[in-house]
Design a protein around this ligand. Structure first.
Ligand code: GDP
Length: 443
């Protein structure tokens, strides 16, 4: 996971601070020295680190940390606030044109994730009931246009293209006109990148920019490239007056330096964070929530938003009723797995729970998507009747299911046993929830 090293180190420093009842000035200085090292090791720009520590120190002195009853907590709170400030303070919304369409130009080096992010952004806008149009201006990377068309088809978002023999400026202009003619309220222009910054690339991007007058010029940068990402951002910003950054590949084991330095160095806010290859792996970037995740305090707000967007409330209510009445079947079980999957990879969800990183066990549990796949295969190999009435699954049926799903009979046995236990527990639970039983307990 991104930030893991930084997160662990900072939490270690703070645990030691919390453990001490009284703090001396020396304790605080020592802690800040460690914070400084942790940030440097996470590849945060050294100037940024220097300023950061100076600000924390200044605040700590101003607040008379030593006199507080809980000095450790005060220091943590200060670091949390400063980390939030460092990443931009508050969330910066995507611009919206007074007169649609809003034009968003996506720029960045090749491989940073521009095309993928364009698709993700289109999906996000579509979910908010907008009518985005994707414009394919990357005429140099082989297959970039095709890639965008495939994404568009998958998302049911229209893609405007004129092949790769027309100049990007022409395509962008025509794309914008196409959006106006077809009532698209957002235009996302996917431009070409190079392996490194060069003048021809910049000139061409400037021309595209002049042709369509974007309301947003978003730079897509790969968080895995650390300080390089920040340098890239600086040069793009000088030439194109960026309005924001999309930070991709935060699902990888990036140390976090780019996320923590890019705003401070360029002044450009991070507007979105991408955490995976799938089309729904894009989140609006909230500095305070990211700081909270880094410090192991979780991010319940994002988790709740994901749940609200991903879970069908009617289905959830029906599921709850079934659980209460112990009518839960393997069919429901599959459906519930699907719902959970929609929220994103399990280990990313766990990271959003406060303190989950420190809970014994959870950290070492490798949330295994393969294991989930196996369970799913077993359930899918059951007949309709077996799913509804698991009690009829006898030895020969178990053998058949094992064979059909490519698992061992032991795997099948284990799952059925777990399912049985779960149903029993639900029954007990619903027994406890019934009013008569509650009254009995009160007496
Ligand atoms: P472009 O050249 O900038 O248009 O880059 P692409 O959109 O083609 O992305 C390059 C590669 O990075 C592709 O294999 C994407 O699937 C992958 N990618 C993009 N965003 C993410 C992300 O947030 N996480 C991960 N793990 N991979 C990503």
């Amino acid at each position: 996971m991104a930030f893991e090293g930084l997160s662990n180190r900072l939490q270690g420093v703070f645990d030691r601070l919390r453990g001490k009842g009284k703090l001396t000035e020396e304790d605080v200085s020592e802690a800040l020295r460690e914070v400084r090292l942790a940030l440097l090791e996470a590849d945060v720009n050294f100037k940024v680190v220097k300023e950061f520590i100076a600000k924390v120190k200044e605040r700590a002195i101003g607040q008379d940390v030593m006199k507080s009853f809980t000095p450790g907590m005060v220091v943590i709170d200060i670091v949390n606030k400063e980390l939030t400030e460092l990443m931009g303070g508050t969330h910066t919304k995507l611009a919206k044109a007074n007169k649609p369409p809003t034009v968003i130009m996506m720029v960045g080096l090749q491989g940073a994730g521009k095309t993928t992010s364009s698709g993700k952004l289109a999906k996000m806008l579509q979910k908010q009931n907008h009518r985005p149009l994707l414009v394919a201006c990357d005429v140099y990377r082989p297959a970039a246009i095709k890639q965008l068309q495939v994404l568009g088809e998958q998302l049911k978002v229209p893609v405007f293209s004129m092949g790769d023999q027309v100049s990007p400026v022409e395509i962008a202009k025509n794309g914008l006109q196409h959006a106006k003619d077809n009532n698209n309220d957002y235009v996302i222009v996917d431009t070409a990148g190079r392996l490194h910054i060069d003048e021809t690339l910049m000139e061409e991007l400037q021309q595209v920019r002049a042709a369509v007058g974007p309301h947003e010029t978003l730079l897509v940068v790969d968080a895995m490239t650390g300080q390089d990402a920040v340098n890239v951002a600086e040069s793009f910003h000088k030439q194109l007056e960026l309005t924001g950054v999309v930070l991709t590949k935060l699902d990888g084991d990036t140390r976090g330096g780019a996320a923590l330095s890019v705003k401070a160095v360029t002044g450009c806010p991070i507007k979105f964070a991408a955490m995976g290859e799938k089309m729904d792996a894009l989140e609006p970037f909230y500095p305070e929530r990211m700081a909270s995740r880094i410090l192991g305090m979780g991010d319940m707000l994002t988790l709740i938003e994901k749940a609200q967007a991903g879970i069908d409330t009617d289905k959830a209510k029906e599921m709850e009723r079934k659980m209460r009445n112990a009518e839960f079947t393997f069919e429901d079980f599959l459906e519930q797995m699907d719902q959970v999957k929609k929220l994103g990879p399990l280990d990313q969800l766990l990271d959003m729970l406060p303190g989950a990183g420190k809970m014994k066990g959870i950290k070492d549990v490798k949330v295994d998507d393969k294991q989930m796949g196996r369970v799913e295969a077993i359930v899918k190999a059951m007949t309709k009747e077996e799913k509804r009435k698991p009690e009829i699954i006898n030895a020969s049926r178990r053998k058949r299911i094992a064979l059909g799903s490519g698992n061992s009979v032991q795997d099948v046995n284990r799952l059925i046993k777990q399912f049985d236990d779960m149903r029993k527990m639900m029954k007990q639970f619903s027994g406890m929830m019934n009013p008569k039983a509650m009254n009995k307990m009160k007496k």
